[in-house]
Design a protein around this ligand. Structure first.
Ligand code: IMP
Ligand code: MG
Length: 184
C-alpha cells in the first residue's frame, strides 16, 4: 500500500485520482507474462525484444528479467506528428534499430495501446524487414478500437479509459518514475 502522503511526495504535491495498479499487482502480472512469453517461443530460435520508447522502458526492463531464455533487446523511437493527448495517426521513426530482423522472432513491447494507431503504422514497417514472427505485448490496453494490423498477443491489464501515469507512462514527461500506475 502507498499512503497518500507518499503519493504526494512522489508526484511533487500533485493529487492523483486513484492508484489503478499497485507495484505488487504490476510485478505479479509482469512475472506471469514473462512465463507465458518464455513458453511461447521455441528453444534455439532468436528472440529480439523491441521496446517502443519512451513509455515502455520500465515495463521492458522488468519483463525481460522474467523471460527465462536468451533474448536480444533493442528500442524504437516513434513520434506521432502533432501534439496533445490525442494521437494523430501519423508516425515517424526517430531511431531505428540497427538489428537485422530477418531470422528473428520480434516481440514489440508497448506501454499502453490507446487508439492503436501507433502500432498500426509501425507493424507494417517492421514486417517489411522479414522477421520470423512479429508479436505485440502491451502492459495496458484501452480497447478503443479493434486493431486492423496487429493485435496484442499478451496484454497485462484491460485498462480503464482514463489518463494513466506512472511505471513509464507520462503526462508531459512527468511521472514516469512512479512505481505504480495511477489515474490523473
Ligand atoms: P495510440 O497510438 O493511440 O495507441 O497511442 C499509444 C501511445 O499514446 C502510448 O504509447 C502512450 O505513449 C500514449 N498514451 C495513450 N494513452 C495514454 C495514457 O493514458 N497515459 C499516458 N500515455 C498514453
Ligand atoms: Mg507518451
Amino acid at each position: 500500500m502507498t499512503s497518500s502522503t507518499e503519493v504526494r511526495r512522489r508526484t511533487g504535491g500533485r493529487d492523483v485520482r486513484r492508484i489503478v495498479y499497485s507495484r505488487e499487482e504490476i510485478g505479479a502480472r509482469v512475472a506471469e507474462m514473462g512465463r507465458e512469453i518464455t513458453a511461447h517461443y521455441p528453444e534455439g530460435e532468436d528472440l529480439l525484444v523491441l521496446g517502443l520508447l519512451k513509455g515502455s522502458f520500465i515495463f521492458l526492463a522488468d519483463l525481460v528479467r522474467e523471460i527465462a531464455r536468451p533474448v536480444h533487446v533493442d528500442f524504437l523511437v516513434a513520434a506521432s506528428y502533432g501534439s496533445g493527448t490525442v494521437s494523430s495517426g501519423m508516425v515517424r521513426l526517430l531511431y531505428e534499430p540497427e538489428a537485422d530482423l530477418a531470422h528473428k522472432h520480434v516481440l514489440l513491447v508497448e506501454d499502453i495501446i490507446d487508439s492503436g494507431k501507433t502500432i498500426d503504422r509501425l507493424a507494417p514497417m517492421l514486417n517489411e524487414r522479414g522477421p520470423l514472427s512479429l508479436e505485440l505485448c502491451a502492459l495496458l490496453h484501452k480497447r478503443i478500437s479493434p486493431s486492423a494490423v496487429l493485435d496484442a498477443r499478451w496484454v497485462g491489464f484491460e485498462a480503464p479509459r482514463e489518463f494513466l501515469i506512472g511505471y513509464g507512462l507520462d503526462h508531459s514527461e512527468d511521472f514516469r518514475n512512479l512505481p505504480f500506475i495511477a489515474s490523473l
